[in-house]
Design a protein around this ligand. Structure first.
Ligand code: UTP
Length: 224
């Protein structure tokens, strides 16, 4: 399969150390012979810290996004370093370059592209661009719940949800640098348009990447 994997910065750089980069590099190494893999890495807390500084300097939202993009690319560089020869050595800054780098038969790792969306959207656009079979969105929760699981212990995890239903959930969310929470609208629109199956799963445990492929966990977004 051709798979686009998005790894939230809130996971990979959570502890500000190399461990998750290394753990992900090992899992990706075990998958690279059976699958063609593209990875999109998020910005996490360092992106939010830099964005806050930019916002306090009255940088304007698009510039704040741009700062966030730079941090996602730094995180992408770290994953490339962890992957060694398994990864293409440069971070593509756009989808054409991602496609071009993939002809090396190595894992392509990128961060953000342009302002006004999250790396979830980058993953969804990239998936359409490269004609992926599957998107795996690794985030800091188990998937989509009917209510906030942190505030409601009885919250139920959806095993499946349509893209249209997700749009309803996301319609009142904020559009501001550093706050494209959980899943942004552009991402879900792209998933619906491209018809590519997407699975959201908890990426705090890198081995979940294997569990997702065995259809065991997370929330599947049905692109309709
Ligand atoms: P993300 O919000 O995608 O990273 O990018 P994240 O921290 O991994 O998100 P989680 O973990 O899924 O919550 C950080 C910031 O960079 C800017 C946005 O401001 C975003 O909030 N960004 C990123 C863009 O403007 N465009 C992009 O293509 C990517």
């Amino acid at each position: 399969m051709k798979i686009v994997i998005t790894i939230g910065g809130s996971i990979i750089i959570k502890e500000y150390d190399h461990q998750k980069f290394k753990a992900y590099a090992e899992i990706l190494d075990s998958l690279k012979d059976q699958h063609e893999i593209f990875v999109v890495v998020g910005g996490g807390q360092p992106a939010r810290d830099y964005i806050n500084i930019a916002r306090n300097l009255q940088g304007g939202e698009a510039n704040c996004d741009d700062i966030g993009i730079d941090v996602t690319r730094l995180n992408a560089k770290l994953l490339i370093m962890a992957l060694g020869d398994n990864a293409y050595p440069s971070v593509p800054e756009n989808f054409h370059h991602a496609l071009e780098y993939s002809t090396s038969n190595r894992i392509v790792v990128m961060g953000g592209t342009e302002p006004a969306h999250s790396t979830d959207a980058v993953g969804a656009i990239l998936a359409e661009f490269v004609k992926a079979d599957l998107i795996i969105n690794l985030t800091s929760v188990d998937g989509l719940y009917d209510k906030d699981p942190n505030k409601n212990p009885d919250a139920k995890l959806y095993t499946e949800v349509t893209a249209s239903k997700m749009m309803e959930f996301l319609s009142d969310k904020e559009v501001k640098a550093g706050t494209y929470e959980f899943f942004d609208m552009t991402a879900i629109q792209m998933i619906k348009r491209s018809g590519i199956k997407t699975i959201i799963a908890n990426g705090n445990y890198p081995e979940n990447l294997l569990n997702v492929l065995n259809d065991k966990i997370g929330t599947t977004i049905i692109p309709e």
